[in-house]
Design a protein around this ligand. Structure first.
Ligand SMILES: CC(C)(COP(=O)(O)OP(=O)(O)OC[C@H]1O[C@@H](n2cnc3c(N)ncnc32)[C@H](O)[C@@H]1OP(=O)(O)O)[C@@H](O)C(=O)NCCC(=O)NCCS
Length: 180
């Protein structure tokens, strides 16, 4: 999977309707990527912590992320895609999307593809790469039987909220919390 038909050496330029102007190479993640994926997931969780104190990151979060990623990579219901950079970032993982197909016992479509995490290093943002990741992960989830795609993210995460809203997502359920 290549994000652009016209790769450029520098991560610059404006987004076009044909794809992201920052070329990335998107591919299924493998076990060898886990050390590179863990810091990306942790960056995302720490960002979420900034949005909400009830999302305080655990001290052993990196170990948890490692276990979770290995489990996902062995799970046929999960999709983990790694985005590799270009130019100086060639062969470097600059983004990740993690999703899972989950059964909906009471509703149709019976299976939903849930996007659990999506993260891009700042240099790669706002150039359509996220949209490309979303398109590709949606296709992978559909291929695994999902009839609807959902995204889980903190309510206070404005970036995620706007990103998904712009792509036609709307809230259908909400998780409300209070400390005990
Ligand atoms: C969410 C993310 C993957 C989107 O990737 P992207 O390449 O920036 O997205 P695109 O270029 O395809 O789309 C950009 C749109 O996303 C939204 N967006 C992205 N960054 C934003 C920001 N800092 N503030 C507000 N909206 C933002 C906007 O709707 C934006 O459209 P606009 O540029 O016309 O305003 C990326 O911004 C990211 O990694 N953010 C930090 C992690 C995160 O919050 N992940 C989601 C929670 S799981």
């Amino acid at each position: 999977m290549t994000a652009s038909n016209e790769p450029s050496a520098h991560p610059s330029g404006n987004a076009s309707s044909e794809g992201p102007s920052v070329p990335i190479h998107l591919r299924p993640a493998r076990d060898g990527d886990v050390p590179a994926l863990v810091p990306l997931l942790l960056r995302l969780k720490r960002l979420n912590e900034e949005f909400d104190p009830l999302l305080k990151v655990r001290e052993d979060a990196d170990e948890q992320a490692r276990h979770l990623l290995h489990a996902n990579l062995a799970d046929p219901k999960a999709v983990v895609l790694a985005a590799e950079g270009v130019g100086a970032d060639k062969d470097k993982v600059v983004g990740v999307v993690r999703a899972i197909v989950r059964e909906r016992p009471f509703y149709v479509p019976e299976f939903e593809g849930v996007i659990l995490d999506i993260y891009l290093l700042p240099l790669y943002r706002r150039r359509g790469v996220g949209e490309y990741l979303l398109r590709e992960v949606s296709a992978a989830l559909k291929a695994k039987g999902a009839g609807v795609v959902t995204a889980e993210f903190p309510s206070q995460n404005e970036i995620a909220s706007r990103f998904y809203q712009k792509r036609g997502f709307r809230p259908i359920t909400a998780i409300h919390a209070r400390s005990l």
